[in-house]
Every structure is written in C-alpha cells, then in structure tokens.
Design a protein around this ligand. Structure first.
Ligand SMILES: NC(=O)c1ccc[n+]([C@@H]2O[C@H](COP(=O)([O-])OP(=O)(O)OC[C@H]3O[C@@H](n4cnc5c(N)ncnc54)[C@H](OP(=O)(O)O)[C@@H]3O)[C@@H](O)[C@H]2O)c1
Length: 277
C-alpha cells in the first residue's frame, strides 16, 4: 500500500486532502503532517515544522508521496520553509512530491508570491524527484473570507482588480484534485481552477454588492490605513494587479478530468457558504 504524507494538514487545503485520501474506495496509508499533530483528528500524524529541518526529515521517512502545501506569510519566510521542505524530501529520498504552486507563475509576474513559487518549482525540478506542480488559482473560500464578507457588510467590493478575470476555485475542489494526483502518483503540471473566469464586477453582482474598481495606490493606501503590514499590502495589491493583467484568468478542465466531477461555480459556492453561515 502506498503511503502519502500531507503537510499543512491542520489547514484549509491540507485537512481536506487528508479527508479526500481517506475517503477513496481503496485508501492509501495517510500521514497527516503538522506543526501541532496533537491537534489533528484521529489519523496517523507526525510533527513536521517547516522551520525545523530535523522534524521534516523524520516526518518524511517512508513516504511514497509527499503532498507539499505551500507556506504562507512574509515571502522570505515562505521561501526558507520551502527550502527546508525540498532539502528534507531529497535527503530522505521521497520519490514523489505534489506541490501547491500558483497559476500566476510567469517570470515577469509582479505578484508578491510568484517568485517564491517559481523558485520552489525550480528547486524541485532540479532535485530529480518526480513532481506534480498543482498550480492553483485564487481560492473562492479565501476570496469570500477576505473580501466578500467585508463587502457584504459595507455594500461595496473595492479592490484594484479593474476588469480583470479570476478563475476562483474552491478549497474542496483543489483538495480533490491534489488527492487524485497523489493517489495515482501523477507527474507534470496541472492548473487547478474553477469552471469560469469572473471579473470583480461579476463577483460583486453575484454577491449583491456594488463593485468599485480602485487604482493600485488607492487600494494600497486603504490597506495600510486599516493597519495591515507592508508585506500584506504588497501581497494583496500585487495579486489584483496580476488579475488585471489576466494572470489569474486561466480556466482549465484539469480538476474535472482528475476528480470526475465539475468544479463548483462561484455562485453556487457562495450560495452554500451563505446557507452555512
Ligand atoms: N490560492 C489562494 O487563493 C491562496 C490563498 C491563501 C493561501 N494560499 C496558499 O495555499 C496554502 C494552503 O492554503 P490554506 O487555505 O490551506 O491555508 P491555511 O488554512 O492557512 O493553512 C496553512 C497551513 O500551513 C501550515 N503552516 C504554516 N506554517 C507552518 C510551519 N512553520 N510548519 C508547518 N506547517 C506550517 C499551517 O499550520 P498551523 O495550523 O500550525 O498554523 C496550516 O496547516 C497556503 O499556505 C498558501 O501558501 C493560497
């Protein structure tokens, strides 16, 4: 039986990947990897702290596949974490890695996290380990939590997304695709996107709020005035700049092909989210 480890198993995507793998008709052995494994529901869990290389080497022992959920926060920290994960996977001889990259991966992107994902893909490619780069679009859940929930309170979605399109994809669909790739040991590149590309105006209309496209500097000024740290101002404003440039507009059939079900349209997802809240 194959053994699949999932990092970030306490998080939104990682926890769903663990569940998807365990729910398969012939589940592999699943090892949940997290900083605080004691907080995870009953399944084999090991401590794997991206900032503790020794913990990563122990945690990765015996894995056939590692689902590597990207780190977050300040980009220099993310890159240090990723270097540790790749080095540990190489040291231990993990044969297959599935990495959550980003669709906005072109070298000329100005998105805050794009160079970190480019570097991580480069390190993994150079390692000789069999890899699948699962390049994700913007998570629908993340968009709702971060921008639409406040917009529904104020009545206005005000971001610097212009008329750019986003192929919002749910964490559920992302996790299902990652689990399929991991379970089947697939290699290559997949684009993990929703079924359609929507503008800020489309998303606002679906949510029943006004859309106010902002200039980059105005959005940055508002984020800073709300007390957000500089890196977050850079991350959010550069993401929407990439949206304007069409870098998050890709719509792929990879999720449907891998999971056997169509990815959830945003309007349906939002309706379900509102019903749940
Ligand atoms: N495409 C998008 O729209 C989008 C949006 C946001 C983020 N992302 C990226 O996608 C990833 C997964 O998204 P998500 O929604 O699952 O994020 P999430 O719910 O915040 O989960 C992040 C996971 O990373 C873990 N982590 C953080 N620092 C760690 C460390 N030092 N060592 C080990 N684990 C650590 C967290 O563990 P703890 O529970 O211990 O904190 C958590 O399990 C994010 O980490 C980020 O790279 C993508």
């Amino acid at each position: 039986m194959r053994t699949i480890g999932v990092t970030g198993a306490s998080g939104g995507v990682g926890s769903r990947v663990v569940r998807e793998l365990l729910d398969r008709p012939q589940p592999p052995a699943v090892v949940a990897l997290a900083r605080r494994p004691e907080a995870l529901p009953a399944t084999e869990a090991r401590r794997a702290d991206y900032d503790d290389p020794a913990s990563l080497r122990s945690a990765f022992a015996g894995l056939d596949t590692l689902v590597f959920i990207s780190s977050d926060g300040v980009v220099e920290t993310m890159c240090r974490h990723h270097e540790h994960v790749v080095a540990a996977a190489i040291d231990v001889g993990v044969p297959h890695v599935v990495y959550t990259s980003i669709v906005d991966i072109a070298p000329d992107s100005r998105f805050y996290y794009s160079p970190g994902h480019q570097d991580t893909e480069t390190w993994l490619r150079a390692s000789g380990v069999a890899c699948c780069f699962a390049r994700t679009s913007i998570f629908a859940d993340f968009f709702v939590e971060t921008w639409l929930a406040p917009a529904r309170a104020t009545g206005t979605l005000a971001v610097n997304a212009g008329a750019g399109e986003m192929s919002l994809v749910t964490r559920d669909d992302t996790a299902a695709a990652l689990a399929a790739v991991a379970a089947d040991g697939l290699e290559g590149v997949i684009d993990v996107t929703g079924p359609e590309a929507l503008t800020g105006a489309d998303v606002a209309a679906i949510a029943g709020v006004e859309y106010q496209p902002l200039a980059d500097e105005e959005y940055r000024r508002r984020l800073a005035a709300e007390g957000n740290p500089g890196w977050l101002v850079d991350a959010f404003s550069s993401m929407f700049r990439s949206v304007v440039e069409g870098r998050f507009a890709v719509v792929s059939d990879d999720v449907a092909r891998l999971t056997g079900r169509r990815p959830q349209p945003f309007a349906e997802f939002l309706r379900d989210e509102i019903a749940r809240s």
